[in-house]
Design a protein around this ligand. Structure first.
Ligand code: BGP
Length: 470
């Protein structure tokens, strides 16, 4: 739809950016922190470990001051479960509480609203050893962790996100180092874990409303609208299949407390329907989100997939996605790629926002979106990341169009506020507005530098999204 006049961004629009604890903090075994699954995973060859990352644990003041200089209205960060509860349950680590109190207070000092992700890919290793999310007790572990967070931080943190990319944890856990499952029972186990996370999330949402005065909470899946590769009817069915399994399963549950029918049929086919205990459906129906947070990087394109095709799970985001008899990933020839092979689709962002809003009618905040690139620091301390500016500009333009379409958008937090370690491609894949002077293995000075995108985003925020020019 072409609009003659575009609506402005709301006055209180939450401009900011995101990070996650295990990717930015470092100090991964310092001050009483227990190991998480990320600390013990096999690191992909050629990438560094998590002991230092961006050293945010020691430099959060400098980092938050830079965010304030950009004019951030919000900062989305996650709380490391095993920094607060080194064993996942039991003893609380006072140093962990102190660190996040400091981060929160530092944000508030600059009127930056903390937006806290409760769980971002880093289950305490102690809980993994007790069976992880496959165990029914995982629901109580998470709710207990939520309670500790609400008790300690709920007086100041009003915006909460439950589980980062639960759908990616289930669909691509092998890539991000959280799940390694093969064999015939793979699906059974994954969808049981999924069910436990969904119940845990619903309970945490209800608890937030009980414990945090004025608290608002929502999920944070990664939502990618699936396109059919052609107008063949069977490709349309394949796109509906992927949309159900990848997107709507998670949001139908978070918002309506109901299993998506197509996703359920898929689980039945795979003999993978979860064990649902008495009372679960009631808990699920009672956990109401106040908003939807979602990460968007690109769309997906799929075609019909024959049943007798060999499964090839790979690490390539776009090309190897498939489920025999359900959908087969296809390249979208209309889209350019990032240096790391991810398709770039700003218009698909608008389509995704429209679709989500028409299904759920809740305010939405973008909790991730961004461009991973090989940035270069020049000798005079500059980073000319015009490609990132282009990427972000095109996506912000689409938010404005979506707002004019009638979609209720409450904020934008690109990935990432500052350079940090990628999920599986190391430090060379940078996303930040702030450059961190280190290489994969050489820690260098760890000094911070403002990239060109830093100054650009500052102007965008100052104009509340009206000035997107260079
Ligand atoms: C999302 C995750 C982030 C982040 C980002 C970029 O899936 O929530 O943790 O890392 O993607 O991905 P990558 O680091 O693989 O480039």
């Amino acid at each position: 739809m072409l609009h003659k006049n575009l609506k402005p961004f709301p006055k209180d629009f939450l401009w900011g950016a995101s990070t996650s604890a295990y990717q930015v903090e470092g100090a991964n075994l310092e001050d009483g922190k227990g190991p998480s699954v990320q600390d013990v995973k096999v690191i992909p060859e050629g990438t560094s470990d998590l002991t230092v990352c961006a050293d945010h644990y020691h430099r959060y003041k400098e980092d938050i001051a830079l965010m304030a200089e950009m004019g951030f209205k919000t900062y989305r960060f996650s709380i490391s479960w095993s920094r607060i509860l080194p064993n996942g349950t039991g003893e609380v680590n006072p140093k962990g509480i102190e660190f996040y109190n400091n981060v929160i207070n530092e944000c508030l000092k600059y009127n930056i609203e903390p937006l806290v992700t409760m769980f971002h890919f880093d289950l305490p290793q102690a809980l993994e050893e007790r069976g992880g999310w496959e165990k029914r007790e995982s629901i109580d572990w998470f709710v207990n962790f939520a309670k500790v967070m609400f008790e300690n931080f709920g007086d100041r943190v009003k915006y909460w996100l439950t589980i980062n990319e639960q759908n990616v944890l289930i669909l691509s856990g092998d890539i991000i180092g959280t799940t390694k499952l093969t064999g015939p029972d793979k699906y059974k186990s994954l969808y049981q874990q999924n069910h436990h996370m969904l119940v845990a999330q619903a309970k945490a949402m209800a608890l937030c409303h009980e414990m945090v005065p004025g608290g608002k909470i929502g999920p944070a899946p990664n939502i990618s609208l699936a396109y059919p590769a052609s107008c063949k009817p069977e490709d349309q069915l394949a796109a509906q299949n992927l949309n159900a399994i990848r997107n709507w399963l998670y949001l139908d549950m978070a918002v309506y407390g109901k299993y998506n029918n197509l996703a359920w049929a898929f689980m039945e086919e795979r003999n993978a329907t979860p064990v649902i205990e008495e009372g679960d459906m009631e808990i699920l129906a009672n956990g109401h989100p106040d908003f939807i947070g979602f990460n968007y990087y690109s769309t997906a394109t799929v075609k019909w997939c024959p049943e007798n095709i060999e499964e090839t799970f790979g690490h390539d985001q776009q090309k190897t996605r498939m489920e025999p008899g359900v959908y087969l990933g296809a390249a979208n020839e209309n889209l350019p790629h990032t240096d790391f092979g991810w398709e770039i689709d700003p218009m698909g962002f608008r389509a995704t926002m429209r679709e989500m809003y028409s299904r759920y009618r809740l305010p939405m905040i973008v909790t991730e979106n961004g461009l991973g690139a090989y940035d270069k620091l020049t000798e005079d301390g500059k980073v000319h990341d015009q490609y990132r500016i282009e990427y972000l500009r095109k996506h912000i333009e689409q938010i404005k169009l979506a707002i004019t379409d009638g979609v209720e958008m409450m904020g934008y937090c690109p990935w990432s506020a500052i350079d940090l370690i990628s999920t599986h491609e190391g430090m060379v894949k940078r996303y930040g507005f702030i450059y961190v002077d280190r290489d994969e293995f050489d820690l260098k000075t760890l000094d911070r530098y403002r990239k060109d995108s830093f100054y650009w985003y500052k102007k965008v925020i100052a104009s509340n999204g009206e000035d997107l020019s260079d």
